[in-house]
Unconditional design. Structure first.
Length: 445
């Protein structure tokens, strides 16, 4: 890294990192047991939250050069924010991390292939719904035409780097083009309407995971909710915010605020913890733009995970049945940022005929973290292997989670362990709808 770039990064840290927040870290060490990378690196101090804060402060103070080793440690962080709930000083570590990463990405001069890839992913793909759909049209054809089966039986997959061949196998069955283009914009509650909500559909959630979105919408209807699904909404911007593309994240936030703010609804509901964690912090993201900051605050106040809505509507008292042995893996952002951990468990424990087994360290990250399992594959797989040992100790046949990235990571863990015939991973919404429908079918017999 050239000296001029280092100086620009240091100046960016000085301008943009909240120095008071850096000073709030008392080096007490309460964060250490909660940090997956600290544990997986044999308690290497720089791989802990307080170690990374010390690196950031050292750069600001001019005693540490912002070289590749600093960038590597910041990139090695999962951004799971498990350190925040246990911090006695309430340090907003996630905010510091995102600002630091953004400064580095804005000042660093990437090689041409990396610049092109980042441009395509962050500017030409995720912000444009039609392009996301077009990719999934191809995936749907790939899966349904027999091409996928043919390639999996050949040796072609062996040339894919890392664990991409395994990841290809766990991609969900993508819906047909017609289904993706025929999405609802309004759904009426079943029975008496007692709540009016707007649904944040997401980008990958409404294509690759469309069946989970459908299940969520049915559950909300059964809970007495009228549901509006604004057509103008788009990508939440979380991947951008976590990857040093904050300007694009702000643009996407503004699009979503405009899409939802005119609606007369009680709540803005979603089923992906990773998206929700950014949505409820849109006010922080837009804190430097007064008008947008106020609009973002009004938006963020309404954001809730669907499991919270279901519990508030007494859904855990409705008939649900399933003969299953279940465990639950927390979505880090759902638990640590949205503060939702009891509602999913309450709903799962309410399923008649099922056995719920709490997983040891279920609140620790599974290693997915957006695209972390691609960019930091070695550490991601270490964390996943550790997590799968905890899963196996529960003897559960179903792993439930509430975020698409976590769901794919747990499916990958099942595949890596050779447990495909014994264990499955499902989204909370899909399992709840299955339990409801199973109970309804039994009552009809």
């Amino acid at each position: 890294m050239k000296q001029r770039v280092k100086e620009e990064i240091q100046e960016g840290f000085k301008k943009r990192l909240d120095y008071d927040e850096l000073l709030n870290c008392m080096r007490c060490g309460f964060c250490l047991p909660s940090c997956p990378t600290y544990g997986q690196t044999n308690q290497y101090e720089a791989a802990s939250p307080r170690g990374r804060i010390a690196l950031m402060k050292g750069v600001v103070d001019g005693v540490i050069e912002p070289d590749e080793s600093v960038e590597e440690q910041l990139n090695l962080c999962l951004g799971c924010r498990a350190c925040e709930p246990v911090c006695p000083s309430g340090v907003k570590y996630g905010h510091l991390l995102e600002e630091a990463r953004d400064v580095i990405q804005q000042e660093k001069k990437h090689k041409l292939p990396v610049r092109v890839l980042r441009h395509l992913v962050f500017k030409e793909f995720f912000p444009k719904k039609q392009r996301i759909k077009q990719l999934h049209y191809f995936l749907s054809f790939y899966q349904k035409s027999g091409m996928q089966t043919l390639l999996q039986k050949s040796s072609v997959m062996n040339i894919l780097p890392g664990n991409l061949a395994q990841m290809e196998k766990i991609i969900p069955k993508v819906p047909h083009k017609k289904e993706m283009n025929n999405r609802p914009t309004y759904l009426q509650a079943e029975g008496t309407s007692v709540r009016k909500v707007a649904f944040f559909a997401g980008c990958l959630m409404d294509t690759m995971f469309m069946e989970t979105n459908n299940a969520t919408l049915v559950l909300l209807q059964k809970a007495g909710c009228d549901v509006i699904i604004p057509e103008q909404q788009g990508c939440c911007g979380a991947l951008h915010a976590h990857s040093g593309e904050k300007d694009m994240a702000k643009q996407l936030a503004k699009i979503n605020i405009e899409a939802f703010e005119a609606l007369d609804v009680d709540d803005i509901v979603l089923n992906a913890g990773g998206c929700g964690a950014l949505l409820i912090e849109y006010d922080y993201l837009l804190r430097d733009e007064e008008e947008w900051h106020q609009r973002a605050k009004a938006f963020a106040r309404k954001v809730k995970d669907f499991s919270e809505i279901l519990v508030e509507q007494g859904f855990d008292e409705k008939p649900m049945s399933l003969d299953s042995h279940i465990t639950y893996q927390d979505s880090c952002h759902l638990r640590n940022v949205m503060k939702t951990s009891s509602a999913p468990r309450k709903l799962l424990k309410a399923i008649y005929g099922s056995q719920f087994q709490e997983m040891e360290e279920s609140d620790q990250c599974c290693g997915s973290a957006g695209i972390y399992n691609i960019t930091e594959q070695k550490m991601s797989m270490q964390i996943l292997d550790y997590k799968m040992n905890k899963v196996k100790a529960t003897n559960a046949h179903i792993i439930v989670t509430a975020n698409p990235g976590c769901l794919l990571q747990m499916k990958l863990g099942i595949s890596r362990e050779g447990l495909d015939s014994e264990v499955k991973a499902v989204h909370l919404a899909d399992l709840l709808l299955e339990a409801v429908q199973h109970s309804e079918a039994r009552n009809l017999v």
